[in-house]
Design a protein around this ligand. Structure first.
Ligand code: ADP
Ligand code: ASP
Ligand code: MG
Length: 420
């Protein structure tokens, strides 16, 4: 008998019929003899609606109260799903994150899980019940309700899977798995059958919502195997696990895009040691996540610094940038919210030269201008104009032939790798 943790996202529980479908699916799994935990998200767009509601009340609500509000979304779903299972004649019990022992730090609205006290889940499973858990929420050691950041129900599921030593964590969603690009933008994107944690981390970090970044980090750190699959049919999805030689070694695994960042530029600051340290220390103190950074060539001992930040951190970034720009006697600072990031991810880049050249050529041929570029050993990202996002993603997907079977890496003897 296996222990399986499942997770159903917002669309998958978006209305009463879909909740009933999930209930039937869970019952079928239980009848197959497995112990089942189901982590669920808020129904449909409920989290977005709650955010809109808060914005109508206050431009900057206290983050503690924001968490109080957002955590209500998932509580509705757990109760309805448990009722649905009962109505079908089976045993289920629902728990909120705090009830089930999801302990977090105090970082309201993007809290990190520090501990999973799994006794309650284990006890209910041993009574034969299907255990339903509210995703996306936890509790601080002193009893404050927290949420885990957008998409955080994925992380709840992985954390519980690790906490109860589950055999598998199944993330059910509204697409068939992880694709070579967002299938809503690239209709001929191909489903990836198996992918390593390493590549999935980059795909999640560069904007593919399909699995939350923290969930993949948690899974890698605790060796939880993920099966990301459709909640609408039984087909096989994508397995995410530790990479090994048996895995398809694609040169490029996928193209991702992220339209949720803004670019901040501070112009004409002194080009002297300590200036960048000052800017980025202040941003770190303000809890702003900085992604890409570029510093221009110095002219007359002065330079420009640009960086990108997530939209959710932009208010804090503006405030801090205004202060630090003033202190450094910068000529001006600006924010550009009309940018996007497109990225190419693939472990084969390590050993396959020319990927960056091909990427830049494909973007140039599509008339896409590059504002910023950054790389890791298995990723190249470019900041471009937001209105060109779809053009850029499709151009890259085509250029690297990702709709076809993956192009395998051929490691030539003596290849040293690391060449983009
Ligand atoms: P859920 O509500 O189930 O958590 P999400 O909306 O968070 O679902 O994530 C699923 C969505 O992720 C898909 O509908 C798809 O549009 C988007 N997506 C972006 N990039 C990818 C990708 N590479 N593969 C699959 N889905 C992707
Ligand atoms: N309901 C939350 C959100 O929309 C968490 C989740 O769905 O994973 O971000
Ligand atoms: Mg999600």
């Amino acid at each position: 008998m296996a222990i399986v943790v499942t997770k159903f996202g917002g669309t998958s529980v978006g209305n009463p019929e879909r909740i009933q479908n999930v209930a039937r699916r869970l019952i079928a799994l239980r009848e197959g003899g497995d112990s089942i935990v189901a982590v669920v998200s808020a129904m449909g767009d409920v989290t977005d609606d709650l955010l809109t509601l808060a914005a109508q009340i206050s431009p900057h609500p206290p983050e503690r109260e924001m968490d109080m509000l957002l955590a209500t979304g998932e509580q509705v779903t757990i109760a309805l799903l448990a009722m649905s299972i009962h109505a079908l004649g089976h045993e289920a019990i629902s728990f909120t994150g705090p009830q089930v022992g999801i302990v977090t730090d105090e970082g309201h609205t993007k809290a990190k899980i520090t501990e999973v006290r799994a006794e309650k889940v284990k006890a209910s499973l041993s009574e034969g019940k299907i255990v339903i858990v509210a995703g996306f929420q936890g509790v601080t050691p002193d009893g404050q309700i927290t949420t885990l950041g957008r998409g955080g129900s994925d992380t709840t599921a992985i954390a519980i899977a690790a906490g109860i030593d589950a055999d598998l964590c199944e993330i059910y969603t509204d697409v068939d798995g992880v694709f070579t690009a967002d299938p809503r933008i690239v209709p001929d994107a191909r489903k990836i059958d198996v992918i390593s944690y390493e590549e999935m981390l980059e795909i999640a970090a560069t904007g593919a919502r399909v699995l939350q970044l923290r969930a993949v980090e948690f899974a890698r750190n605790h060796g939880v195997v993920i099966h990301c699959r459709s909640s609408f049919h039984q087909g096989q999805g994508t397995i995410v696990r530790e990479g090994d030689d048996s895995m398809e070694q694609a040169i490029i695994s996928g193209v991702t895009h992220d339209t949720s960042e803004a670019k901040v530029t501070i112009r004409d600051v002194p080009d002297t040691p300590g200036v960048a340290a000052r800017v980025f220390n202040r941003l770190a103190e303000a809890n702003v996540n900085v992604d890409m950074i570029i510093q221009n060539v110095s002219e007359d001992g002065r330079t420009d610094i640009s960086f990108t930040v997530p939209a959710e951190d932009l208010t804090r970034a503006r405030q801090t940038t205004a202060e630090v720009a003033h202190e450094l006697s910068a000529r001006e600072w600006t924010v550009d919210e009309s940018v996007a990031k497109v990225s190419l991810v693939g472990a084969g880049m390590k050993t396959h030269p020319g990927v960056a050249a091909q990427m830049f050529t494909a973007l140039a041929d599509a008339d896409v201008n590059l504002h910023m570029i950054s790389t890791s050993s298995i990723r190249i990202s470019c900041v471009i104009s937001r209105e060109q996002t779809e053009t850029a993603v499709r151009a890259l997907h085509d250029s690297f032939g990702l709709a076809n079977e993956a192009v395998k890496v051929e490691v030539s003897p003596g290849s040293t790798g690391g060449d983009c």
